[in-house]
Design a protein around this ligand. Structure first.
Ligand code: ZN
Length: 411
C-alpha cells in the first residue's frame, strides 16, 4: 500500500526522537541510524516489533514518556506468562476517545442513542474504550460490563438501549435469551458494534435477524490503543482504519515481505501519534488483506478485510493447514446447521482424528443426513475427512467473552 505523505512525515517525526525517549527503542534500533528513513522503502526495512518484545519490557519498559505523563495503563490478556502493560498519556486517552467517537458516527450512532456496553472494564481495554467514545459523542453510556444476563435484559428494556456493544459470542447469547424470554418486541436495539473475535457469516446473520439490528465490526487491540482504531461502514465491505493515527501494512507471515494489496497476510501496524507506548511495525498476528480501491461510502481511510483468523489459530491435520475461517465456510455451506461449532483434534491409535460438533434443529434420520453432507463438504473444501457429530441447538458452550472453538488435544 502507498504510504501517504502525511504518514511518512509523522513517522519521521516519531523516529527522530524515539531513541532518546525510549530505552526500549534505543536498544531495538541501536545499529540503525533512524535519520536514514526517508522513504516508504526505508521504513519497510525496519525490524518488526512483537508481543514478546513488549513482554520483555514488563512492567513499563515500553514507556516513551516520563512516568509523570502517564495517566493510565491497560494490560493485554496474555494466556501465558508475563502480561503486557501499555502506558497511556492524556493525549493517547483523548485520541482513542476521538477515534472511537468516529467509529460510532460511522455506524450511524448519535448523541440521541443509549449505548449498552457489555465488554469488560478494568485492565482490558474494551469497556473503557466503548465508554470514552460514547461520552465523546455525547450519547448515553450504560456501562454494564459482561455477565449478569438477566440484568442486561432488564436494563435493555427499561432504559431502551438502542446500541449494543458486545463480543459476537455474547451478542448471540443475548439474542438467544431475548427470544427464549419472548421479549423481542420490548427491545429497542437498532445497531450492534461487535468486536474482538472473528465470527462467521452465519453467526452474523443469526444475531442480526434475532436482534433485528444492523451490525458493525469494530477493530483494535490493546497494544494499539484498544478497540476503535477502525470499524466497518454502511457498505459492510471491510473495516476502515483511521489513517491519521495508525499505518497499516500486510506482510507474508512466514517471510515478513510486504504482500500486494488484495492479498492475504498478517496485519502489521505502526502508531503515528501515540506518546505513551509508540509501536513501530507491530505484528498483530491477525490475518487479513488490504482492500484495494475506494469505498462507496466516501470515506478515504484504508480498508482491511474482516479478520480471517490469526496466524497462531492454524492447526495442521494430516499435513493440511486448517484455519477457523475454512471450517466456518464448511458450516455455512451445509444446510441445516446453526452458526455454532466446535472442533476436537485427537491422536488415537497412531492417527489424527478431527471431530466437528455442530448444532442443528434436525433430529433422527435428517440429522444423519446433515452429518454426511458436512463430512462431504469438509472433505471437498479442506481435503481432510472429519467425523461430523450433530448436537441440539444450545448444546455447545456459549461465552460472555471469546469462544474457543478449536481444541487440539494431540499434545
Ligand atoms: Zn466505507
Amino acid at each position: 500500500m502507498q504510504m501517504k505523505p502525511a504518514q511518512l512525515t509523522q513517522i519521521q517525526k516519531e523516529l527522530s526522537t524515539i531513541k532518546e525517549r525510549s530505552p526500549f527503542y534505543a536498544k531495538k534500533f541501536k545499529d540503525i541510524d533512524l535519520s536514514d528513513v526517508r522513504t516508504q522503502a526505508d521504513f519497510e526495512k525496519l525490524p518488526f516489533s512483537e508481543k514478546a518484545d513488549l513482554r520483555e519490557a514488563y512492567p513499563l519498559g515500553i514507556a516513551a514518556v516520563p512516568q509523570s505523563k502517564i495517566v493510565r495503563i491497560h494490560s493485554s490478556s496474555g494466556t501465558t506468562g508475563t502480561p503486557v502493560i501499555i502506558p497511556y498519556t492524556k493525549k493517547d486517552v483523548d485520541d482513542w476517545a476521538e477515534m472511537f467517537a468516529r467509529c460510532y458516527r460511522m455506524a450511524g450512532v448519535t448523541a440521541e442513542d443509549r449505548i449498552q456496553i457489555t465488554p469488560g472494564y478494568g485492565l482490558w481495554t474494551a469497556g473503557s474504550g466503548f465508554q470514552a467514545g460514547a461520552e465523546r459523542l455525547g450519547a448515553m453510556a450504560i456501562p454494564m460490563g459482561p455477565g449478569n444476563t438477566k440484568k442486561q435484559l432488564r436494563f435493555m428494556q427499561d432504559l431502551k438501549s438502542t446500541v449494543l456493544c458486545a463480543t459476537s459470542s455474547y451478542a448471540l447469547l443475548l439474542a438467544e435469551k431475548i427470544n427464549e424470554a419472548g421479549i423481542r418486541d420490548k427491545i429497542y436495539l437498532r445497531t450492534g458494534l461487535i468486536g474482538s473475535e472473528r465470527w462467521s457469516k452465519k453467526m452474523r446473520n443469526r444475531i442480526a435477524n434475532e436482534l433485528g439490528v444492523e451490525l458493525y465490526d469494530i477493530y483494535g487491540l490493546t497494544e494499539i490503543y484498544g478497540p476503535g482504531i477502525g470499524i466497518a461502514c454502511k457498505e459492510q465491505n471491510g473495516m476502515h482504519i483511521w489513517e491519521d493515527y495508525v499505518y497499516c501494512e500486510v506482510v507474508n507471515p512466514k517471510t515478513g515481505e510486504i504482500v500486494p494489496d488484495g492479498e492475504e497476510g498478517e496485519l502489521v501496524l505502526t502508531t503515528l501519534q501515540k506518546e505513551g507506548a509508540p509501536l513501530i511495525r507491530y505484528r498483530t498476528h491477525d490475518l487479513t488483506r488490504i482492500l484495494p480501491g475506494d469505498c462507496a461510502c466516501g470515506c478515504k481511510d484504508v480498508r482491511i478485510d474482516t479478520i480471517l483468523g490469526r496466524t497462531d489459530d492454524m492447526v495442521k491435520v494430516h499435513g493440511v493447514n486448517i484455519f477457523p475461517a475454512q471450517i466456518e465456510e464448511v458450516i455455512n455451506f451445509t444446510d441445516g446447521t446453526s452458526s455454532e461449532y466446535q472442533v476436537m483434534i485427537d491422536h488415537m491409535l497412531g492417527k489424527d482424528i478431527l471431530t466437528v460438533f455442530f448444532e442443528t434443529e434436525a433430529t433422527g434420520e435428517e440429522r444423519k443426513k446433515i452429518e454426511e453432507q458436512l463430512t462431504e463438504i469438509f472433505k471437498g473444501k479442506i481435503g481432510v475427512t472429519p467425523v461430523a457429530k450433530a448436537v441440539g441447538i444450545g448444546d455447545l458452550p456459549r461465552s460472555e467473552k471469546k469462544t474457543q472453538r478449536i481444541f487440539d488435544n494431540r499434545y
